[in-house]
Write a protein that binds this ligand. Sequence first.
Ligand code: HEC
Ligand code: HEC
Ligand code: HEC
Ligand code: HEC
Ligand code: HEC
Length: 407
Amino acid sequence: MIAQLVLLVVLITVPSMAYGGKAESIDELAKRYDSSSCRQCHAEIHTQWERSHHHKTLIGTKGRTASTWAAYLTQALPEDKVLKGSGVKDIKDVKFRHMKPCTICHLPQLEDATDEVANEVAKAIVNNDLNVLEKLSINCIICHNTRAIVRHFRDGIPEKGVIYGPRGIGAHGDKGFPIAKKSNIMIDPAFCGQCHSGPNLIGFDEPMYCVSNYDSYLHAYVPLGKTETCQDCHMRGENLGHSFPPVYDDEKLTIERLKKWIDLEVSALGYEFRPTAQSLVPEVVIKTKVTSRIGHRYPDGCPSPNRVTLDLLVKDAEGRELFRDQKIYMPQSGNGYGQAMVYGAFAKLGLLRDTSLQPFMPSQETFEIKLPETVRKVLAEVRLVFRHLPGDEVVIHKVTRTISLDR
Ligand code: HEC
Ligand code: HEC
Ligand code: HEC
Ligand code: HEC
Ligand code: HEC
């Protein structure tokens, strides 16, 4: 009797994965991965995490994740239906295997639920049902248990009731997770690389190419002899921790960080160019140099329309516009079949061209602007802008120069 009671208590208090079978409702799934008990002792970390994008991995900034996902499931373009080879004719046919290409990174716990639950999540995405979408995310338990071990043959699979951390303190105060063990991989970039890499070309029915921070870090940053990790730049330091900036909803923080990590240099010259002995061409030459010290390409490409732009505007002394141009810094993907650039994790396959900012590799531009003969003085304004959507404006740097052709 006592043994049975003890067993019952264990069954009630060990939350995730203790049930064996798959979760049969969204609420059951949410309960299995409930991390509300962590708040009690890790209040600050919990608040930071609630601000982070990991807290809303089915929704995204400005609802972008849900809307992109809805496009994948419903197909905005009938002639390009990604799911047409899968037997899915209607949203009611969507099963776990159709969700997996996104949930493997956005909601790993879905593998612990039935096809019916996967279908409910799909419907919530298509209907933008925030009440449902807010219940599920990448929380403490996903990172500190489910995805805390990467090398399973070497290190085994995550154990029930164990919290994995950078130290391995042993006894741990949480009732559901009474033991804390060390997992070395948590302080390695590969831990983040589980989800922050792509495209996943093999092992999936549909390859997905959402992000490539890890790939870019390995191939463009480490070769420079740099040793800072994802954790160093995104978690360690003042105001960082579990908020994992960028938090794009927080414009002030975004500007502050981008200002610190990306430099803009501008030089300008006004003169009379003499291409032949007979002709004089009044012109201004503006040179720009953008240098990023970020540990990977930036921006990265998911959400795919986001970009950094260099905007140049040249006016005369009366404020009349003489010249305007924009350079776009972003990875530009194709779908593997044509030469047209595509958007969306489900359409992208590789890069056609990449003008994004590369670590310590300056992006330089030269603008040669011929002036009307009467203009001897101009005002040039150069802005470096982060745009989550093409119309958005988060100004990182603004430099103005008055340029005269007379000494
Ligand atoms: C290999 C892991 C992985 C896969 C697969 C994946 N994503 Fe992502 N996705 C991420 C990560 C990590 C981020 C956040 C990092 C970033 O924006 O650079 C992200 C960000 C996004 C964003 C931008 C969110 C925002 O806040 O603006 C959208 C939209 C998105 N994903 C949609 C999808 C959809 C839809 C699928 C499936 C068709 C998918 N992703 C598959 C890992 C993945
Ligand atoms: C996206 C993955 C991720 C999520 C989500 C996450 N953590 Fe962490 N956590 C980490 C990593 C990685 C480290 C190690 C950081 C380092 O090495 O600086 C860490 C470290 C910690 C530490 C140890 C801090 C120290 O200084 O030793 C605690 C405590 C912790 N996390 C608690 C939580 C709690 C509570 C939650 C949920 C509110 C949570 N974590 C959510 C990845 C995550
Ligand atoms: C009763 C209090 C209590 C609760 C509840 C609690 N923790 Fe902890 N946890 C601690 C203390 C104390 C430490 C050690 C000091 C520290 O790192 O803050 C710790 C350490 C950790 C560490 C670092 C472990 C290591 O060995 O590196 C992680 C990760 C962690 N907790 C995650 C969680 C998660 C996830 C939850 C919710 C499921 C949780 N904690 C709930 C008290 C608690
Ligand atoms: C289990 C998968 C997973 C792991 C592990 C993970 N992330 Fe994420 N991360 C995501 C997803 C998914 C998003 C995007 C959420 C959204 O907006 O849709 C994200 C968002 C982010 C963002 C916000 C950027 C943006 O554009 O949304 C940062 C920064 C980030 N992660 C850094 C890290 C770092 C650093 C680590 C390792 C310590 C890590 N992540 C581990 C899945 C993961
Ligand atoms: C040398 C510092 C540094 C390193 C190393 C680094 N990052 Fe970043 N990362 C940044 C900065 C700075 C930004 C710009 C936005 C911000 O943090 O506010 C950024 C942006 C991002 C974004 C948002 C991308 C976008 O296009 O919106 C993600 C996601 C991210 N990093 C994940 C990672 C991951 C995963 C790793 C490890 C593989 C990593 N970072 C390594 C400094 C770093």
